[in-house]
Design a protein around this ligand. Sequence first.
Ligand SMILES: *Cc1c(COP(=O)(O)O)cnc(C)c1O
Length: 219
Amino acid sequence: MPHIAKRLEEIRATLPEGTTLVAVSKYHPVEAIAEAYACGQRVFGESRAQELLAKREQLPADIEWHFIGHLQRSSVKYIAPFITLIHAVDTPRLLCEINKQAARHQRVIDCLLELHVAAEETKHGFSVADCEAYLDGNEWRELPNVRICGLMCMATNTDDTQRIRSDFHTACECFQRVKQRHFSQAPHFRICSWGMTDDYRIALEEGSTMMRIGSGIFG
Ligand SMILES: *Cc1c(COP(=O)(O)O)cnc(C)c1O
């Protein structure tokens, strides 16, 4: 753990102003999170509800927790009271459930729609066409307790940097179309969550405003 502060500093130094670093702490102990917190990091990402709940109890209350992984509808109720941002909303049904649970806590929960742009079949998310078709409809406008703040994606898991760049580029173009069409008067629609440890530099060049970095910080 002595390296956490150093790694965090090095990554922060490469990020442009106006971007947000999500420190992805899944599988790492609360001691590691506390160390990053001591360096001023306040935004942390977790991908399992139970793990998040257990850690949250032991850590300072001013941490902003982001849920970054695949979220089961049955788990929404556990995180609805406190979650700051849900990154990977991959179906209309999940968004409806988040709206319902947010209402129970008199909250509006910020969400991102997950785009499937990678080559792998296994990655979740809306295709670009489905995402745009969904936003062309009215269903989401009738969900007062969720606020769609942008898009999230993961690139293909490959060494081919051209493919990675093209995945992020696809997401970036979708973001711009959707922004223009539905959110031009909505300043909150501004989050492009793409880029992890191995590809965040490419993501930054393709419009990312929020990087989710785990192993690059925590090892
Ligand atoms: C684990 C994870 C990350 C962080 O990955 P690293 O390669 O460790 O930086 C980012 N996003 C999601 C959705 C993840 O599950």
